[in-house]
Ligand binder design. Sequence first.
Ligand code: FAD
Ligand code: SF4
Ligand code: SF4
Length: 541
Amino acid sequence: MLAIIVGPIVAILIIGLILYLRAQGAKKGTSPASGKRSKLLIHSINDDRCTGCDACVLVCPTDVLELRNNKSRVVRFNDCIQCEQCAHVCPTNALVMHYEGTEPPPVLVPDLDEYYQSKTVPGLYLVGEAAGKPLVKNAVNLGRAAVEHALRNGLRPGALRAGSPMGVTSVDVVIVGSGPAGLSAAMACLQRGLSYVVLEKDSFVASTIARYPKGKKVMAEPYDVRCVGLLPVWDATKDDTIREWNRILEQVDLDIRLRQVVEDIKYEGGVFTVKTDKATYRGQKVLLCIGTRGKPRRLGVPGEDKPHVQPLLDDPDLYRGKTILVVGGGDSAVEAAVALSDPSLRNRVVLSYRGRQFNRVKARNRQELDAAVEQQRVLLLLGSKVVEFKDRATVLLLGDGRQKTIPTDHAFVLIGGDPPIKWLESIGIRYVQVPHSFTRGPTDQLVERLIGRQPDNNRPGQPIPIQIHYEEEESATIMADQSAAMEAVRQAFMQQALSGFKKKKERAGLTIMVPKEKFLLHLPEKMHVEAGAAKVGTMRR
Ligand SMILES: Cc1cc2nc3c(=O)[nH]c(=O)nc-3n(C[C@H](O)[C@H](O)[C@H](O)COP(=O)(O)OP(=O)(O)OC[C@H]3O[C@@H](n4cnc5c(N)ncnc54)[C@H](O)[C@@H]3O)c2cc1C
Ligand code: SF4
Ligand code: SF4
């Protein structure tokens, strides 16, 4: 009897002891079997590339990492179980792991000149995080720098206007992506009177930032770099940042085409042809401001372009009382289905996945999905495929071969994305290996090398510099609060409407009246706009 009770206890104690010794061995880098010290994987973090996105901190099962001053830091290395998940989730390669005593592995970066222009495809710029230079302020600075550099390197405003094939929109600059890099580039085009278009795959602008976790701050890093782009960047919540940017965008009325996924870019005879899933554009220069999240995969079925079918889920709280189809079998699809099926939202959620079982879903997501299915918050259709999206319905082919049409207010196709590197290589951009410690220089200096000293655009609603150029040697800068500056611009347009486009030499300077859509405005040599004033006055040098 005693043996029956004591036996299992002793066995459990022995197993526990072995596991304990193994864990200690792993922690100290010593193999219990050999007694020899085995090599440990250690972390290297490149602060220039760390955005403070928190992904590595959240994924770590043993709380080894923490954010300190918005940078990832290893604070409890003894608890590290060497799973390398932190390195896998890092979107910018800021964090890598390597054996102690060895160099960190090199990273792949696009082969660009100092102004972020591809060395293999001249005229094609990679701007912001896509270039391996993350952070919002850098993106804003680089968007402006790329436009200014393009202007000085062969861009001839309006050169493609004639001879545009039917149904193809021709512009000076095609901007792909409406994050801070793309928006800033568009503002710079507007300011310089260049024709442009911004193509954005999402249904709203600045979607990377808009999707930060609730309440997350946009830290205006790097603090030793000034914001010299035309969008302000300061320490603020993501909501305040997006609100302020939207206010500015409304004022200047940027040409942004939402829900257009750029799928192909070709360069022939000095002209780029950019194909989206909906239209074709031609441009003299292309600015790829696409971040690092990749190009969403498509199902390739009829109706996938309908507005209610989306490749990303924004805020689940925006969907209430709806019938929603989620397609996919990875973590994003499962997380989306679970979030959308929250009882407080009162949605009816269907999750369709072509596989017969989930193979690559995290255990916790799987448990939450199982609970949602059991509580009939999610209808799970394994082995099913979308045949067609109709206006308020979806035709599915079920696992048993039957076709079923289900009502659908919204559909989210979350079947992953192709990494931008693969895609960028396919359009001619070369990638090169650099040491993990590789950094590119300060982005404010890059802009100022091209256009001189600029004010720091580091507060909302503060004066924005509207620098106006007509010919290289003629320029003026208006400093005003944004509404006054815009008002000044409007006034000038009105004058132009009265007087027609003309160039007028005056004693005070050169006044050039130009078409509104060009936003190209040349005022007397130096203008002064009082904050809040609706009148443009002349300030003598
Ligand atoms: C959780 C989180 C927290 C962060 N915190 C900070 C912070 O505090 N401070 C900071 O400075 N930075 C922070 N960052 C980093 C910062 O958000 C990025 O570095 C910055 O947004 C990069 O700007 P971007 O314009 O280069 O790219 P993005 O902002 O990523 O914008 C790219 C845009 O391109 C679009 N796009 C992509 N592919 C295509 C295509 N094929 N066709 C059409 N459109 C396309 C995307 O939909 C997107 O709107 C954080 C990032 C994350 C994820
Ligand atoms: S290797 Fe694993 S345990 Fe170690 S810090 Fe990274 S995620 Fe955490
Ligand atoms: S995942 Fe990478 S970028 Fe994000 S906080 Fe960690 S190290 Fe920094």
